[in-house]
Design a protein around this ligand. Structure first.
Ligand SMILES: [Zn+2]
Length: 395
């Protein structure tokens, strides 16, 4: 048993910090005791005195790509490195998330389904890492966004087959694309181009839900987002060009938004930093203002927000969730809403309510910080201690 004494803890949902003793078993939080009321430690127990420190649920990054190395052109790096070196890099990237207090990631696209293998390796104890909820390859139209890791699927039968294929390979979520994107390839797609059609997206979402899987759709342009929302997609990734009607639809359907604000800002700034290819910078410059407006609209309407970094993309290192939390706060998102976006709201979006919370029965994934995160999300930048499945991992 792990005994955490005198912790100032945030439960992942409320808007206050309370003091308590907390006990954890191997996987679960066993009890939240009154301060000073935890049992005496037995020889086999591990005890931490957290007086003066803050305890939060382990963080969740709702959008990452373990195969990508966050260099100037990570897709090209994968092609040059090949499968075996990319597997090793992906394992290292997973560990970088964990060291930064990110105890769960959603991996939304990986060549050769590598993220599914990484997820399984961590789950079976091959090495310590975060829980990985992996899409593996994405389900896209022929010539769609990120073709290097997509299963090209045209027509209702083909998308249903692709969803079943990913489920059979062990995917924990299905990722699709409803529009083109900013980064990926120099030519052949625009953020306003529609990709999988409404009937294809509806068939995809229906089949994923029959298999018990959530669906995340890459969608930037308004028409593509509209098709995805109406098709019953669970999480809109990016969601750059929202309009009022769409926002209303999303609220009514309970659609989540994972805006990934920081990555587009970073790619737009690459004109000076050189951290991304020039074609991507030109496209990012045209989305950042609209993105900010859309996040404000979503916030005001009460659309549940998920924090996602698109980690591994140009200039976005793994384990950098604080960058997205800071970008959200900069868009006007209250600190507590940003913290929920990285804990309980993200867990709900991914269909894993046992994650992202401090309460009996929740996963024993926790982070400890020196500073109060309610006073600024950068308190999470260097956690003093990370606990994953009840095991203390020191960064
Ligand atoms: Zn992505």
């Amino acid at each position: 048993m792990l005994i955490l004494r005198d912790a100032a803890y945030w439960d992942g949902e409320s808007d206050e910090v309370r003091r308590a003793d907390i006990t954890c078993g191997h996987d679960e939080i066993r009890a939240v005791h009154a301060r000073g009321a935890a049992p005496r430690a037995a020889d086999s127990d591990v005890e931490l005195d957290l007086a003066g420190r803050y305890l939060l649920p382990g963080l969740i990054d709702g959008h990452a790509h373990l195969v990508w190395s966050s260099g100037q052109d990570p897709a090209e790096t994968v092609e040059a490195d090949g499968e075996q070196l990319t597997v090793l890099r992906a394992a290292m990237h997973a560990r970088e998330h964990l060291a930064a207090g990110v105890t769960t990631i959603a991996d939304l696209g990986s060549n050769w389904d590598i993220a599914i293998s990484v997820a399984r390796a961590i789950e079976t104890g091959v090495f310590d890492g975060p829980t990985v909820i992996a899409a593996g390859r994405t389900v896209i139209m022929t010539g769609g966004h990120d073709p290097f890791w997509g299963v090209a699927s045209d027509g209702v039968d083909a998308v249903v087959r692709a969803v079943r294929g990913q489920a059979f390979r062990g995917a924990g979520i299905i990722k699709t694309a409803a529009t083109g994107g900013v980064y990926g390839r120099p030519k052949g797609e625009d953020v306003h181009d529609g990709e999988l059609s409404y009937p294809e997206l509806a068939a995809l979402a229906g089949e994923a839900h029959r298999r018990g899987l959530k669906v995340a759709a890459h969608a930037l342009g308004t028409e593509g987002i509209r098709d995805a929302v109406r098709a019953g997609i669970d999480i809109i990734e990016h969601g750059v060009f929202l309009d009022d009607a769409l926002v209303g639809d999303m609220v009514q359907r309970g659609t989540y938004l994972c805006p990934t604000v920081a990555i587009y800002r970073s790619i737009a700034d690459a004109a000076t930093t050189g951290s991304a290819p020039a074609y991507a910078t030109r496209k990012a410059e045209r989305v950042v203002d609209a993105h900010r407006t859309s996040v404000a609209k979503a916030l005001e309407a009460g659309i549940p927000l998920v924090a996602g970094t698109d980690a591994g993309s140009p200039g976005m290192p793994h384990g950098n969730l604080v960058a997205e939390l800071e970008a959200l706060v900069d868009c006007g998102v209250p600190v507590v809403t940003a913290l929920r976006a990285a804990t309980s709201t993200a867990a709900d979006a991914l269909g894993r309510p046992e994650l992202g919370r401090v309460r009996p029965g929740a996963s024993a994934d926790l982070v400890v910080t020196d500073r109060n995160p309610f006073e600024g999300v950068d308190a999470l930048r260097a956690p003093t201690t990370v606990i994953r499945s009840g095991q203390v991992i020191r960064p």
